[in-house]
Every structure is written in structure tokens, then in C-alpha cells.
Ligand binder design. Structure first.
Ligand SMILES: [Mn+2]
Length: 467
């Protein structure tokens, strides 16, 4: 086992034994991000509390900023706050305004943050062991690593860690790395998850291959997704029976379809990793493949109903069906968003340092980040510079999403840091990982914010460049 992963595992064990005592006779208040990773992380934590009969509340929320943390700290009675998939950035505020006032805090997160010596603040974060929280562990991975050590029965729920990692796009072309890779091995050994080679499209079952292509949004297939003609023609030319699902084609059939798609897309070999890879499934088939399930959870977030995804993760069958319906609506909306993106491509402002996508109210703020990720992944825009989106959110607020590629981060670009610094400079809040981040800023400061981003981003290293 790699040294950093071993150090993470050791620390997880320490956190687990301290936490077991701290949780006795408490009511726990969980604050979690509402995306696939945050929902899965909170599902795992809730399963533990439920098994132990510890009362809890879950709040799905965008990451709490320092003002909201200070408000929490003002409470008179002593409370137990748990921050999942968030919290690391606010450690100084938590020490000053929350634990200082007698409250206990637990942070299980994978966003960058400082270490803490505060005995009332328990924290597990892969960054502190030298791991990269953008690709080696997600919040669900971190939560699993702790709760599994307190309750062996949770071993069979290890698949939720993989769902979180897929949701956060932590599966690299070569597969999972770091703690994620460790948990995948465990999931296979436990016999909970199966894997095989195949196309990484979501709708592998239940619909014909042509429909699977037409509604494909993760990945998005330029010129094919949303295009009934093209998506019917490609399988037809290969002689694929019109009613066959992807799953029914067998590996050889899938490979032929993949080659035909690659040729049609004409985007070069690098799209192969986007289309082809590992398919993960639950052995008991109680959910669709895990990649699809991760996007279904994201859909429940987009429709502001993360509790549906949460309930489905916990085994509620009605919620599972509802979540899959939300996914269908989400796929339709993302197809529209991507069409908007393609249409407006020529209008985006491009500076030597970044590309700016001003969506106004055309794309909802909750869907913009995903739209940018898809645009980069599907090569609708070149990955030669960061992609920064600005959307109106509410009366006087703008949401910003930033996306880069691992190639750009290797050149020293850190989107989370840029979001944090530029937002603070204009009176907003922001943060995130090296490859992706978000900020909320006052609406009238949007242009100042863009100037700050230009100031914070390093000089471009290469003219052009690739992903
Ligand atoms: Mn996350």
C-alpha cells in the first residue's frame, strides 16, 4: 500500500475511535453538499447513526461560508455539527466561532484545508496526508473509511464510496487511484460490486442502443446526443437490431459500436477514454450501473430534491424509481444546455488566460458547472485554458463555476484557489479543488470578479496546448 494511503487509513482509524465516544448521547446535525458525492457521503454517515440509534438531522446545502458558521456558533446549547464534503476551508472560523463556544465539530471532506490541533474539531482529509482530494478520494470515500471502522456491517455499503467518486469525476483513464482504488478492490473482494469492460454510456439497459446514444449526456457526444437521426443511423449501419440495448450487444458488439462512434465524432483517440472503460454494477442489480446512479443522484440535486437520492441510497424503492424519473428530465435539460453552449460558442470571451461563458439566466446556476465539465470532456471547447461560467442566481447574486483539466493543473493552475481569492476580493465566497471550483458573488461585482480571475491565474505556459 502506498505510504500516503496507509497514513490516511491510520488516521481514519484514529478518527473512528475518537468519534465513537464523542457520539454517545448526542443528537447529530449533518451539513452536506447536495451532489452525488455529498448525498452518498451523508447516506453512509446516516446508516451508521441509524444502526447505533443516534438521532440526527441532515441538511443538504451549498458549502457553508464563514458567516453561516459564525451563526451556528451563536447557539446557546452545545451542539454536534458534522460537515461532509465541505468545511475544510472554514477551519479557522470554526475554531474561532464554533468550537470555542463549546460545540463539537467533525469534518469529513476532500477539499483543501489546513490541519487543526483543536480537540473539539475532528477532521479527516486526504490532502493532509499528501493525497490529492480531486482524484484520490472523495467525501464518500472519506466517510466510508471512518464508519466502516466503527461498524463492520457497513462493509457491504462500500459501493456508495464508488458512486461518490464517479459523481465527482475521480475515475481517471487508468482507473481509480489512491484511496478510491483501495475501496474498489474491497468492493470486488466483498462481492458487492462487479466490473467489466464496456462503453461508459449511462443507459446501458432498458432502452435500444440508438436511444442510449440520443440521450447521452455524460458523456455528451457532439452531433449525436440530441440528434435522433444520427443516433439511429450509427447502430443501424452496423446491423445492430433496432431493439437491442447496449448491454445485449456483448463486448464485441459494444467495441464495434464504440469504433463507429469514434470515427463519427472525429475527435481523435483521446475520446476513446471518454467512451470506453470499466462498467461497475452492483452484484444484486438493485440499482442501474453505478455511473448512471451517480448521475441520477446529481439529478435529484438539480431538481432540488436531494432527499430523494438520499432515501434511494438507503434502499427506499419508491425513491429509487422517482430518482430515475428525475434523471430522465435532467438528461433532457442537459441536452438543451449543451445545445445552447454549442450555439453560443462563438460569442464566448476568450483571453490568453481563460474562456468566459456568461449564461445570464439561460442556464440555471445548478446546471452550469456540469455543462462546463461536459463541454471540456466532449472537446466542444479546447482544454487549453480554464473555462469560467457566470450565471445569475437570485436577485443580486451571481454563481460562478470554474473548470480546468488535469493537464492545466499540472501547469500550476488551481481553480479552487482562484475562485477563493477572486471571490473574496469582491465580497463573495468561493473555493474548490484544483480542477473545479465555484463562487458566489454580488451581481454588480461580476466584471470586477473577472478582472480578479485574470489577475489570479498564472501566465499561460503554452500557446494552444492540449488537455
Ligand atoms: Mn465531493
Amino acid at each position: 500500500m502506498r505510504e500516503e494511503v496507509a497514513a490516511f487509513e491510520k488516521k481514519a482509524g484514529e478518527v473512528a475511535s475518537l468519534l465513537r465516544e464523542k457520539l454517545e448521547d448526542r443528537t447529530v446535525e449533518i451539513f452536506t453538499h447536495a451532489d452525488a458525492d455529498g448525498i452518498s457521503a451523508s447516506s453512509l454517515f446516516a446508516m451508521y447513526l441509524y444502526l447505533r440509534g443516534i438521532p440526527f438531522r441532515v441538511k443538504f446545502t451549498r458549502p457553508y461560508g464563514s458567516k453561516e458558521m459564525v451563526e451556528l456558533g451563536k447557539s446557546e446549547e452545545e451542539r454536534f455539527f458534522v460537515f461532509l464534503d465541505q468545511g475544510s476551508r472554514e477551519i479557522p472560523t470554526l475554531e474561532r466561532a464554533v468550537t470555542n463556544r463549546g460545540h463539537e465539530v467533525l469534518i469529513l471532506d476532500h477539499h483543501p484545508g489546513q490541519p487543526t490541533q483543536d480537540p473539539r474539531l475532528l477532521c479527516l482529509n486526504p490532502h493532509l496526508m499528501g493525497l490529492n482530494g480531486a482524484k484520490e478520494a472523495c467525501a464518500s470515500t472519506v466517510v466510508y473509511s471512518v464508519v466502516e471502522k466503527m461498524e463492520r456491517r457497513l462493509r457491504k455499503e462500500v459501493w456508495l464510496a464508488l458512486v461518490g467518486a464517479l459523481g465527482d469525476r475521480q475515475e481517471l483513464p487508468e482507473g481509480f487511484t489512491g484511496v478510491n482504488a483501495l475501496l474498489l478492490r474491497l468492493a470486488l473482494e466483498e462481492g458487492v460490486v462487479e466490473k467489466k469492460e464496456g462503453m461508459k454510456l449511462l443507459d446501458r439497459e432498458g432502452v435500444p442502443a440508438s436511444e442510449c446514444l440520443r440521450i447521452s449526456v455524460r458523456p455528451y457526444l457532439p452531433g449525436i446526443s440530441g440528434n435522433s437521426l444520427a443516433s439511429a443511423e450509427i447502430p443501424e449501419k452496423l446491423g445492430i437490431p433496432p431493439s437491442s440495448s447496449l448491454e445485449e450487444l456483448g463486448e464485441e458488439g459494444e467495441r464495434r459500436l464504440c469504433e463507429a462512434l469514434l470515427e463519427r465524432l472525429g475527435l481523435g483517440e483521446e475520446m476513446r477514454d471518454v467512451l470506453w472503460g470499466t462498467v461497475y454494477r452492483l452484484k444484486d442489480r438493485s440499482l442501474p450501473n453505478l455511473r448512471k446512479w451517480a448521475v441520477a443522484l446529481d439529478a435529484s440535486d438539480t431538481y432540488k430534491r436531494p432527499e430523494i437520492g438520499f432515501a434511494a441510497n438507503l434502499g427506499d424503492e419508491e425513491a429509487r424509481e422517482e430518482c430515475l424519473l428525475l434523471l430522465q428530465g435532467y438528461q433532457r435539460r442537459m441536452l438543451e444546455n449543451m445545445a445552447w453552449f454549442s450555439r453560443n460558442l462563438p460569442r464566448f470571451e476568450v483571453t490568453p488566460k481563460a474562456r468566459y461563458v456568461r449564461v445570464g439566466r439561460e442556464v440555471p446556476p445548478s446546471e452550469m458547472g456540469e455543462m462546463l465539465s461536459l463541454a471540456l470532456e466532449s472537446r466542444l471547447v479546447e482544454g487549453d485554458r480554464p473555462l469560467i461560467g457566470l450565471a445569475e442566481s437570485g436577485e443580486d447574486e451571481v454563481k460562478v463555476s470554474g473548470r480546468a483539466t488535469f493537464y492545466l493543473t499540472s501547469l500550476g493552475i488551481n481553480i479552487g484557489r482562484v475562485m477563493n481569492e477572486a471571490a473574496r476580493a469582491v465580497g463573495g465566497e468561493g473555493g474548490g479543488h484544483d480542477v473545479s471550483g465555484a463562487a458566489y458573488i454580488p451581481k454588480d461585482m461580476a466584471e470586477s470578479f473577472v478582472r480578479e480571475v485574470e489577475r489570479c491565474l498564472p501566465q499561460p505556459v503554452l500557446p494552444g496546448g492540449r488537455r
